[in-house]
Design a protein around this ligand. Structure first.
Ligand code: PLP
Length: 450
């Protein structure tokens, strides 16, 4: 698939994907196993992928796409990287799961601890959701308090208490955003606007002795990329320390991607001190289901079996998944981070050039090599700003790019990810697709607003 110039899909019909989607909708709710994959916000049938290599995805109809999703972050080295594949083959040939301790899990946690200085100990789990869920339980167990403060627009997985994001007023108790989340659970969550320290102060003034933890995306990427303003993270540390609450930095998306030590490596250390707990996922699993939470040993020691906070998992530390994660982290050399920078900058620059030429209002925001394109002007500081964009323009752009053989995340609120395998051929495919995608947007303006 990495042979010169793979063929771009020329037309919309995807008969094999359509047939699979029809089958899928009969047996899988909405036809997908994670909602955003269904193209709900952009319309159309999602291509079903048959294989992936390097920067490219191939669908079941034989079309190739440059992948700017990268499995929502994990594939930092590109798909089916030879070293990761070899580690998986070698490990799997010796057993899939033991249900006992094994060496790979020790080596993976050592690798994490070596990279992120404030993390003295970590526990492996199977998903980012489990990591944040467990970190919250640990914070509650450690402090003896029950409430959690989170920021509107930050996503921490589908943990009941963390699904709440509605209500951006100061110290607003969020209503459940999802059916099935009991009010008692959502009622333990306080949601405030991101990048607003005054709102955090006000929430603590009202509920200070009840708040176990503040959880924040280290640099949010789930409302598009909205980095912390200077001093925001340090301010969270100052407030939480003064109030006896823990600070949890969710690096599931940014960890080991923004830098070898994630967002902390770019912004830290803070004079006010490091976050107490970190959560990781995505890159550290290399495309397999493994994730982690970790932090100061004194806090982590409260976990069972050394402490009273229970947390467990049949497949936690799975040998094949940890081998893939370890090979991926070890493959993240300085040259890999340099290539991520070069490829992301080339794609972002060409995107802004093309959108500007077409007179389409937009703004690009960054966190390391992670970036996203908002179809609006002006700085995006929080979820309200992010929602105030032209999602119809994104939809037209998305489908234009897809027709040109570039698979963007199918939502205006997602980060674009590149890998070290995004070479010049992949970047050129993106560049070639841009003019028609920009035209699709201006055509949509004419249709929607004649
Ligand atoms: N935290 C952040 C910042 C994420 O971006 C995600 C997923 O996108 C999660 C947690 C949940 O991870 P998972 O999907 O592995 O459960």
């Amino acid at each position: 698939m990495t042979s010169a110039q793979p063929s771009a899909p020329q037309s919309a019909p995807l008969p094999a994907s359509d047939a699979l989607f029809e089958r899928a909708t009969k047996v899988i709710p909405g036809g997908v196993n994670s909602p955003v994959r269904a193209f709900g916000s952009v319309g159309g049938t999602p291509p079903f992928m048959a294989s992936a290599e390097g920067a490219w995805l191939r669908d079941v109809d034989g079309n190739d796409y440059v992948d700017l999703i990268c499995s929502w972050g994990p594939m930092i080295l590109g798909h089916t990287h030879p070293d990761v594949l070899a580690a998986v083959h070698q490990t799997a040939s010796k057993g899939f799961s033991f249900g006992t301790p094994s060496e790979h899990e020790v080596a993976l946690v050592e690798e994490i601890v070596a990279r992120v200085e404030p993390v003295e100990q970590a526990r492996l789990v199977n998903s980012g959701t489990e990591a944040t869920m467990s970190a919250i339980r640990l914070a509650r167990g450690y402090t003896g308090r029950s409430k959690v403060l989170k920021f509107a627009g930050c996503y921490h997985g589908h943990v009941d208490a963390l699904l709440a994001s509605a209500g951006s007023g100061v110290a607003t108790f969020a209503l459940p955003d999802s059916a099935g989340v009991p009010a008692s659970s959502a009622g333990e969550t306080i949601v405030v606007p991101y990048n607003d320290l005054a709102a955090v102060e006000a929430a603590f003034a009202e509920h200070g002795d009840e708040i176990a933890a503040v959880i924040t995306e280290a640099s949010p990427g789930n409302m598009g990329v909205v980095p912390p303003r200077p001093g925001f993270t340090a301010g969270l540390r100052r407030i939480t320390t003064a109030q006896g609450a823990l600070l949890i930095s969710d690096e599931v998306m940014t960890g080991f991607r923004c830098s070898p030590a994630g967002w902390y490596g770019l912004e830290g250390p803070y004079a006010e001190g490091a976050p107490d707990l970190f959560t990781f996922g995505k890159v550290m699993g290399g495309g397999f289901p493994t994730a982690a939470f970790g932090g100061r040993a004194e806090v982590m020691q409260r976990l069972a079996p050394s402490g009273p906070v229970y947390q467990a998992g049949t497949l936690s530390g799975n040998p094949v998944a940890t081998a893939a994660g370890l090979a991926t982290l070890r493959g993240c050399t300085p040259a890999v981070y340099e290539r991520l920078d070069v490829a992301s900058k080339a794609i972002a620059q060409a995107t802004t050039d093309e959108l500007s030429r077409a007179g389409i209002p937009h703004r690009i925001q960054w966190a390391g090599s992670m970036f996203s394109v908002f179809f609006r002007e002006g700085e995006v500081r929080n979820y309200d700003d992010a929602k105030d964009q032209d999602t119809a323009a994104f939809t037209a752009f998305f489908h234009g790019m897809l027709r040109g053989g570039v698979h963007l995340p199918p939502s205006a609120f997602e980060t674009w990810f590149v890998s070290a395998a995004h070479d010049d051929a992949a970047v050129n495919r993106v560049l070639e697709a841009l003019p028609a995608a920009a035209k699709a947007v201006t055509d949509s303006f004419a249709t929607i607003r004649p």
